[in-house]
Write a protein that binds this ligand. Structure first.
Ligand code: FES
Length: 76
């Protein structure tokens, strides 16, 4: 059974692991991005990438303010 995992990277992108090609990534008009041969890819969440929606690594040098880590809050 296929499984998709999306990991929020600290100060970085959303890493999408999709080994079975289950994910469709579409633009605002519903057109699919070509993910052929990409069992994993990273989505920019800092806004600085020149290749949006994909991360191009620019966050490492261009983002003055770190992207806050996202963690699951537990009550207790
Ligand atoms: S998260 Fe990598 S360029 Fe934005």
């Amino acid at each position: 059974m296929g499984q998709v995992t999306i990991t929020v990277r600290p100060n970085g992108p959303l890493r999408v692991e999709d080994p079975n090609g289950l994910v469709d990534l579409v633009d605002a008009e519903g057109k699919k991005f070509d993910l052929t041969g990409k069992p994993a890819f990273s989505l920019c969440r800092c806004g600085a990438s020149a290749n949006k929606p994909f991360c191009d690594g620019t966050h490492k040098v261009a983002c003055a303010a770190p992207v806050p880590p996202t963690t699951i809050k537990t009550e207790g």
